[in-house]
Write a protein that binds this ligand. Structure first.
Ligand code: 5GP
Length: 116
C-alpha cells in the first residue's frame, strides 16, 4: 500500500469515521484494531499525521516517549497483567499497511517468536 498524506487513521483521529476508542488525550488516541490478531489488539496513534517511524526526527522524541507511555497505560487499563507485545511495522518489508504511525498492543494470549 502506498503512502498518502491522509489515511483512515487520520480520519479516526479527527472523528470523521467511527472507531472503538479506549483512550484519548491531546497528543494520542488508542482504539481497537478492526481485524484483531490477538484477544486484545489495540492501536495507539499520534494525532499528528506522521507516516511512519522512519520519518520521525529528533524533535519528535517527546511524542515518541508519550506514545510508548500511552501504550503502557492502555495495557494496564485493559488488564494485560501477564504481559503483552508492542509492535511498530515500518515500511513495505516491515508489513506496514496504514501510513500513519501506530503502535500495536497485542495481548491476551502467548506470543510466539520469531514473528512472521
Ligand atoms: P499495519 O499493518 O499498518 O501495521 O497495521 C494496520 C492495522 O490497522 C491493521 O492491524 C488493520 O487491521 C488495522 N485497520 C485498518 N483499517 C482500520 C480501520 O478502519 N479501523 C480500525 N480500527 N483498524 C483498522
Amino acid at each position: 500500500m502506498s503512502e498518502t498524506t491522509d489515511t483512515i487513521f487520520g480520519k479516526i483521529a479527527r472523528k470523521e469515521i467511527p472507531a472503538d476508542i479506549v483512550y484519548e488525550d491531546n497528543l494520542a488516541i488508542a482504539f481497537k484494531d478492526v481485524n484483531p490478531q490477538a484477544p486484545v489488539h489495540i492501536l495507539v496513534i499520534p494525532k499528528q499525521p506522521i507516516a511512519k517511524l522512519a520519518d520521525v526526527e529528533s524533535q519528535d522524541h517527546a511524542l515518541l516517549g508519550h506514545l510508548l507511555l500511552t501504550a503502557k497505560r492502555v495495557a494496564d487499563q485493559v488488564g494485560l497483567t501477564n504481559g503483552y507485545r508492542i509492535v511498530i511495522n515500518n515500511g513495505p518489508e516491515g508489513g506496514q499497511t496504514v501510513y500513519h504511525l501506530h503502535l500495536h498492543i497485542l495481548g491476551g494470549r502467548q506470543m510466539g517468536w520469531p514473528p512472521g
